[in-house]
Design a protein around this ligand. Structure first.
Ligand code: SF4
Ligand code: SF4
Length: 493
């Protein structure tokens, strides 16, 4: 497909892709210890199924999906469970979370792997198997794929199934490499999606700065009818809404779902893991991570989940000079970490050892000069400087009225701001404040409902007690009659 439909805004970024994309994907080393978080996806935390001392095999489920929007977690290798407790995890909050710590035994001994004949399975059974295999979106959003593969209540069948291989974020090359090296397996995963979602059209969007990936995917798609669609290299073409617009000219309504316009979008790495899970019976226990920036040998590593970032940095020859901060994700949408002993999760697409230049720490923040550059580049058609003023003044209701929650935190506005204002940080702050207040309101309402329910229960119990007392009381004299000639009293009626 050669036609594409431009989205509003966006920026041309400095790419920095070649630093990590010149080497083939390297297998991750097997560390002596893996720390596997139980919450690696959107939705409910997986319920632990092991305890300290248990022996587990590679691929064995150690955390069970807890409900519909959740995903299972598995042992990335064989070994012994050391602990189930709270450990540091890579999260913007910096807070610890529940993890299973595994001492590896070096045997790498698999469970029995059972491939599925997905064409014979009922769709709901297939979705359960996908949830139990821990398949989630590997583009960074980690939304459970089983949920996205259920159209009931949304639409009969999809118009477009979109595979996202755009990878627009600077420095990152994990999707580029997986498409170059594992294109046939990605296409095998797409076949499974097609079987469930029955789309009219399958479109694979790839930025045109990845000629090798485009060639590999074209070769793998030959004869399938799936269309590989090169799109211009313009950030954030890999945003689901932006890629949908580029490929189909469709736009999801504000606060609507992509399925409302007959579109569903998956990352190419997700299709790969879906294939491994269904056709090989291998749950998600590893992912490809770009390790780049100020490290001796930037590269992509197929890392076991739970591997410490520090181990991957060491595998890349260690830090070079000038590292200011570690970032998980890219410089545009990633977040800073304050330690490198946190584990790789399903969301870890990139570890960037950033210098002060990548972090734009060199330039001082100046006042807004109302130049409007941020408006021109906003792909969500927002007024970024207005949102900034509202967030700064803590006028959160006004920020919400100006569609704060349509902001995809792409960072285009911060990127072009001549005053170097960290705009996205203000939006995240405002969103967190609004969520916190909403939560407070909900808790207060819940407390009110509980109080009302308690008062009603007490009143009900009081009335029941009084009714019982009335039943037990001796009949009044008016209710008694004397049976003539006997002198015996009997209850009247
Ligand atoms: S780009 Fe920066 S300086 Fe210009 S209007 Fe937006 S916030 Fe203000
Ligand atoms: S971060 Fe938000 S406000 Fe800024 S350009 Fe992106 S979508 Fe627009």
């Amino acid at each position: 497909m050669s036609a594409w439909f431009p989205f509003h805004g966006g920026v041309k970024t400095v790419r920095h892709k070649t630093e990590s994309s010149q080497r083939p994907i390297q297998p991750g080393l097997l560390p002596s210890r893996l720390v596997v978080p139980l919450h690696q996806h959107v939705g409910a935390t997986a319920k632990p199924m092991v305890q300290p001392g248990d022996r587990v095999l590679k691929g064995q489920m150690i955390g069970q999906a807890d409900g519909y929007v959740s995903a299972a977690v598995h042992a990335p290798t064989s070994g012994r469970i050391m602990a189930v407790d709270q450990q540091p995890v890579p999260h913007p909050s910096g807070l610890p979370d529940w993890c299973v710590t595994l001492e590896t035994d070096g045997e790498d001994h698999w469970i029995e792997r059972k491939p599925l004949d997905y064409r014979r399975l009922h769709p709901s059974d297939l979705r359960n198997a996908i949830r139990n295999a821990g398949v989630v979106g590997l583009g960074g959003a980690v939304f459970p794929s089983a949920v996205k593969m259920n159209l009931s209540g949304h639409c009969e069948r999809l118009d477009h199934l979109i595979l996202n291989g755009a990878e627009c974020e600077p420095w990152m090359s994990c999707d580029d490499l997986i498409m170059r090296e594992r294109a046939a397996e990605i296409v095998a995963g797409i076949h499974i999606m097609v079987h469930v979602l029955n789309p009219h059209q399958v479109l694979i969007g790839i930025e045109d700065d990845k000629p090798e990936a485009i060639a590999a995917m074209n070769a793998a798609c030959a004869g399938t009818g799936y269309q590989v669609c090169p799109v211009p290299t313009r950030y954030p073409s890999g945003g689901a809404k932006q890629l949908t617009k580029l490929l189909t000219n469709k736009e999801a309504p504000v606060n609507g779902r992509s399925t409302d316009i007959g579109v569903q979008c998956f990352n190419v790495a997700t299709a790969y893991t879906l294939h491994r899970a269904v056709n090989h019976g291998e749950p998600v226990i590893s992912r490809i991570v770009t390790v780049t920036g100020q490290v001796a040998h930037p590269q992509n590593i197929d890392a076991l989940l739970g591997t410490a970032f520090a181990d991957l940095i060491a595998q890349c020859g260690g830090y070079s000079d000038g590292v200011e901060r570690l970032i998980m994700g890219g410089p545009m949408m990633g977040f800073a970490l304050h330690r490198d002993d946190v584990p790789v999760t399903k969301a870890t697409n990139c570890i960037l050892a950033a210098s002060a230049r990548e972090l734009t720490l060199e330039q001082p923040v100046m006042p807004c000069i109302r130049c409007g550059d941020c408006v021109d580049v906003c792909p969500a058609d927002l007024l970024p400087q207005q949102l900034y003023w509202y967030a700064r003044a803590k006028e959160f209701d006004k920020a919400r009225d100006h569609h704060l929650f349509s902001c995809i935190e792409c960072g285009c506005c911060s990127y072009v701001c001549p005053s170097h204002i960290p705009l996205v940080q203000y939006y995240r702050y405002a969103k967190n404040e609004i969520w916190a207040r909403e939560k407070e309101k909900q808790q207060a309402e819940l407390a009110r409902q509980r109080h009302r329910a308690r008062m009603e229960r007490l009143e009900r119990e009081k009335q029941e007690r009084e009714a019982k007392l009335r039943q037990k009381a001796p009949p009044s004299r008016a209710e008694l009659v004397v049976v003539p000639g006997t002198g015996i009293s009997e209850r009247n009626g």
